[in-house]
Design a protein around this ligand. Structure first.
Ligand SMILES: C[S@@+](CC[C@H](N)C(=O)[O-])C[C@H]1O[C@@H](n2cnc3c(N)ncnc32)[C@H](O)[C@@H]1O
Length: 361
């Protein structure tokens, strides 16, 4: 019996490591006696599918640093061997043709499209792609996305409130644009499909950027949970508009595609990119300013533990008197914790929906 845990850990008992949508995939594989071949796993958030199919030596598409960590932890705890060469980024091509794919359909159907684009390129006429989802999240757009790439798209019967889309027979040629772009306040922002806030700047981020008060003296800046890099890009723009010295900008995000996107948007030499889910890289780095629109949605889950964990970490990487400026939805109760950690915490600006808080070390 495998013991599989979540990373990051959570105190919230309602957040599980797997769902019926995972088990439906595994059962289908077993019950249909699908012969062993080249298997790929996609959007397997904690390595649950990977641990259960380790004897297939599957390829795992890793879209998040935290996902990679979860996979490593679970393989180690279950004495399973993980082949590093079988861990692929969402932009890597599969090194060989695939026979079977198990895919948990992500909340972002743009990301589903990007995944299917890569799978389609590695499919042959007998490849079977099993895509699972909880029935309550079904949308017709799932079918439309799958039909872009495959001739046969069939739905299974429901099992424990989950369902499968079974895709076969790849269309002869299908290429889709994996990058999108939009304009905002004179900036051209590019991002891969599935990166946070496609086609526009998130409203909380807009509120932050329209109200943030910057200081010329702040020369080392961290954009925490940077997504496509819009916050860092906008800050850089404001420094340049005032002829201030170009600051040293660091961007960190858990999402591979977010970090890859932000590189397009901040080409300068003083910009540094970190694909990471914590601030371990910055133990010796002291920032004048940390700015963030922190995450609290993870797929269909709402979880503020990750963000709250960051507050302590931010404190340690700030210089004395350094500032942490963050925007959050008014209903999120971060203020008490921030006041416990930082010496001075003030509302910089607020609205009925959002709060921008300035915290001084
Ligand atoms: C609310 S979005 C903000 C993105 C961007 N700053 C903006 O304003 O558009 C939050 C970002 O946090 C990232 N994220 C989630 N968990 C993270 C973690 N543990 N470490 C770093 N980034 C994380 C997500 O990938 C997402 O890009």
């Amino acid at each position: 019996m495998l013991k599989i845990t979540r990373y990051p850990e959570t105190k919230n008992k309602s957040l599980q490591v797997s769902s019926a949508a995972d088990n439906y995939l595994l059962n289908f594989l077993k019950e249909n006696e699908i012969p062993k071949g080249n298997l790929a796993l996609v959007n397997d958030r904690f390595g649950y599918l990977a641990c259960h199919t380790a004897d297939w030596n599957p390829y795992s598409v890793i879209a998040f640093k935290s996902q990679e960590k979860a996979l490593r932890i679970n393989f180690k705890n279950n004495n399973l061997e993980l082949a590093d060469s079988h861990l692929l980024s969402p932009l890597d091509s599969f090194p060989e043709k695939l026979d079977v794919v198990l895919l948990r359909i992500p909340k972002s159907l743009d990301l589903f499209k990007l995944y299917l684009h890569q799978i389609h390129q590695a499919s042959h006429e007998n490849t079977v792609i099993l895509c699972s989802f909880m029935t309550k999240y079904f949308s017709k757009q799932m079918l439309k996305t799958a039909e872009l790439f495959f001739e046969e798209v069939n739905q299974s019967l429901a099992w424990k409130k989950s369902r499968l889309l079974i895709l076969k027979n790849p269309k002869s040629k299908q290429t889709v644009e994996l990058l999108k772009s939009f304009q905002w306040q004179g900036l051209e922002i590019q991002q891969y499909l599935g990166v946070f806030s496609a086609d526009k700047v998130d409203y909380a981020t807009q509120f932050l950027l329209n109200n943030i008060k910057l200081k010329q003296s702040e020369q080392t800046i961290l954009d925490l949970a940077s997504g496509n890099g819009i916050i860092a890009a906008s800050i850089l723009n404001k420094y340049q508009a005032q002829n201030w010295e170009t600051p040293e900008l660091h961007l960190i995000d858990d999402s591979f595609l977010a970090v890859a996107s932000s590189k397009f948007n901040l080409p300068g030499e003083k910009n540094h990119f970190h694909y990471s889910d914590d601030l371990e890289d910055f133990k010796d780095k002291s920032f004048d300013l940390v700015v963030s629109n922190p995450p609290f949605h993870f797929e269909y889950e709402i979880n503020t533990e990750v963000t709250m964990d960051f507050f302590e970490q931010v404190y340690t990487v700030l210089k004395p008197n350094g500032r942490f400026i963050l925007v959050f939805n008014r209903h999120l109760r971060y203020t008490t914790l921030l006041k416990r950690i930082f010496s001075k915490v003030d509302v910089m600006v607020d609205s009925p929906k959002f709060v921008v808080m300035e915290c001084i070390k």
